[in-house]
Design a protein around this ligand. Structure first.
Ligand code: HBI
Ligand code: FE
Length: 294
């Protein structure tokens, strides 16, 4: 059965959520820095070290350029330290949340240029894979690109658009587009590189779920197994996805500007068209799909 978008209500959030009294009406909470253990900081350090070594040739140029803005590598960064730089760069700020929060509060924060960052870190036993977003996934996967002005504006538009989609009963369709772009999107990086130059093609990851995963980063950018299709909002909104395994299909953009332009129009007619057509399995292939070679 297609796992729906999970909200905080469906699972007991982890970490310091026990500080229930400190979770505000907008679902944000303080980053309880003192609560991090030496083991947490060491786990973060090892996750960062492994992932930063993997990204050359696999992550898009914009991500690689922005990653140093995260600051601390040896320990979990303080969110206010990142905010001092982030707010200056794109007027975004990150806010701590105790874990997954319901969709409307999530997208309301994005609409207000506040990115919710989970405050707890996975255990060493979960080093290689974790289903729920933790502070490493959110910081390493999502936050660097918020320093990129085009991407930063796009995420705020997402928040605004999602609140409208919620009113139109189209949250599931828009969440699929979010999933296949912001979480698991690929880009054809052709600026400065001849197509297919060097030892590998010109595909690069920009989706946070790929960028923060050691296994999926190689799989998504280089494996022959998955479908790779040029992004079409209508095709993407019809396509179901998995939350607990590598994606079977990745959608590819040519640039952030193209993503910005594709998602600029009013989606109301698009939602109607999508709802009038059958949903597609995560590994579906359609004759009209523009297949992107690895
Ligand atoms: N909550 N904290 C948090 N982080 C998310 O990425 C998140 C969420 N709630 C809902 C949600 N994502 C999904 O609706 C989107 O990924 C589509
Ligand atoms: Fe995420």
């Amino acid at each position: 059965v297609e796992p729906t978008i999970y909200g905080a209500s469906e699972r007991a959030p982890r970490g310091d959520y026990a500080r229930a009294g400190q979770v505000r009406p907008d679902y944000t909470c303080p980053q309880n820095y003192a609560a991090y253990t030496a083991q947490d900081h060491d786990t973060y350090r090892r996750l960062y070290e492994r992932q930063a070594a993997l990204i050359p040739g696999l992550a898009c140029d914009e991500f690689i350029a922005a990653l140093p803005a995260l600051g601390a590598k040896e320990r979990i960064p303080r969110f206010e330290d990142i905010n001092a730089r982030l707010y200056k760069a794109t007027r975004w700020e990150i806010v701590a949340v105790p874990g997954l929060i319901p969709e409307v509060p999530f997208f309301t924060l994005l609409a207000n240029r506040k990115f919710p960052v989970t405050d707890w870190l996975r255990t060493p036993e979960e080093f290689d894979y974790i289903v729920e977003p933790d502070v490493f996934h959110d910081l390493f996967g999502h936050v660097p690109l918020l320093f990129n002005p085009v991407y930063a504006d796009h995420i705020q538009d997402y928040g605004r658009g999602a609140l409208k989609a919620h009113r139109l009963g189209a949250c599931e369709q828009l969440s699929r587009l979010y999933w296949y772009t912001i979480e698991f999107g690929l880009m054809r990086q052709t600026n400065g590189l001849r197509a297919g130059s060097g030892t590998h093609g010109n595909l690069r990851a920009y989706g946070a779920g790929i960028l923060s995963s050691s296994g999926e980063l190689q799989h998504a950018v280089r494996s022959e197994i998955p479908n790779r299709i040029a992004l079409s909002p209508e095709r993407t909104m019809r396509t179901r996805y998995k939350i607990d395994s590598y994606q079977q299909t990745y959608f590819v953009i040519d640039s952030f500007q193209q993503l910005f332009d594709l998602t600029a129009p009013d989606f109301t007619p698009l939602y109607e068209r999508v709802k009038a057509q059958p949903e597609l399995a995560a590994d579906a292939r359609l004759p009209e799909d523009v297949i992107v070679a690895v």
